[in-house]
Ligand binder design. Sequence first.
Ligand SMILES: Nc1ncnc2c1ncn2[C@@H]1O[C@H](COP(=O)(O)OP(=O)(O)OP(=O)(O)O)[C@@H](O)[C@H]1O
Ligand SMILES: [Mg+2]
Length: 440
Amino acid sequence: MKAIDLIQQIPSLSTFKKYGRVSRVVGLMIESQGPESSIGDVCKIHINSFKNGHSVILAEVVGFKEEIVVLMPYTNIREISTGCLVEGTNSPLEVKVGPELIGKVLDSMGNPIDGTVLSKGLKTVGTEQDPPNPLTRPPIHERIEVGVKAIDGMLTVGKGQRVGIFAGSGVGKSTLLGMIARNTNADLNVIALIGERGREVREFIERDLGKEGLAKSIVVAATSDQPALMRIKGAFTATAIAEYFRDKGLNVMLMMDSVTRVAMAQREIGLAVGEPPATRGYTPSVFAILPKLLERTGTNEHGTITAFYTVLVDGDDMNEPIADAVRGILDGHIVLDRSLANKGQFPAINVLKSISRLMNHISEEDHKKAAQHLRDLYFTYNKSEDLINIGAYKRGTSKEIDEAIKYEPLITAFLKQGYLDKVSIDDTVNELVSLSNGGV
Ligand SMILES: Nc1ncnc2c1ncn2[C@@H]1O[C@H](COP(=O)(O)OP(=O)(O)OP(=O)(O)O)[C@@H](O)[C@H]1O
Ligand SMILES: [Mg+2]
């Protein structure tokens, strides 16, 4: 900024600092009289303790109760007491971004947690941004390679498409995300790990992502022991970082594991500030925050963010409220099936229950035809599987079922993929088309 511009800003600058005082603390909720502020503003709470001297914790304004400001801290609180000074900053949470972040593991505030430090002079961006204007969003017309055969072949994803991965616990979500991160031809990955156990973060980085994956990724981790606000911020920070690289014209891959835990964190905050619980205890703000978060990815006039959001489905109940809400917002869903995992079919993608809403717009004609053909055969087999297994089906009764029985092991073999195997999208499509034509 030029000196003259800075000088012109002086008259409009506020020279007063705004303060308030803590009046009550209930659980993680801090009530304070003042400072004058708006929802989303960051406040600094000054704590003076005999033991540790002066310290500052950051908190965010999450609501108001008449004249009282309701704050939630970003960190765990211990020594706070009534009367502590609350300093308003008049600004929402901001994080530092730049190419230097690639290969790093960050917390929700964008600070490295891998022992490295960020250099000065990085760009500062707000974590809460509006989604791109729908009228300036270019339509998606190009496919992206994720390097997983079942997805590239049967559920092709476009650059800038947003897809949900719906699965119960332990069905292979993290492993699948690791495969995608390592194999994709996206320019870089931004991976948000929200609400995972601490052990899982390291496991994911070392085992699923590996050195090769981390070298082209930025990981934002907010573990389950952190306050609800931090877990939500992790999702927003990761999205803001992805947006920065999209604005630089890159094709970014954003992966969020899991969006259900973001919703649960918002439920915690909603209930604490007195929102009424609606469906299954989720408060209305949960359903307001989801589209705000998920609509930020996708295309804009500069670049694209292709996004994979995992959704936990309890007892494989696909109609639970968060799954339902997320499915309505995204452009496709991939269902991981426990019965396939139990049979040892990995990745455990149930192609019959999954859909990519854009596949028809971005794939070649012969690819589409082959995928549809194999899907039909697989469907026929699955429909008659019980009869076939108990020996109640006699070969020759139906030409269709005979054909499906012949093809089933071939399709299953096509869908299976070793966790370290990388297959290019062109090889996948060629294999699929030749499989459909009867060649193997
Ligand atoms: N592609 C694969 N090949 C072989 N085994 C796999 C594969 N994917 C998953 N598994 C097996 O499934 C287990 C669980 O996988 P993973 O940790 O990815 O699941 P998750 O859905 O992320 O679990 P959680 O809900 O606990 O986060 C792994 O430890 C591994 O044994
Ligand atoms: Mg996992």
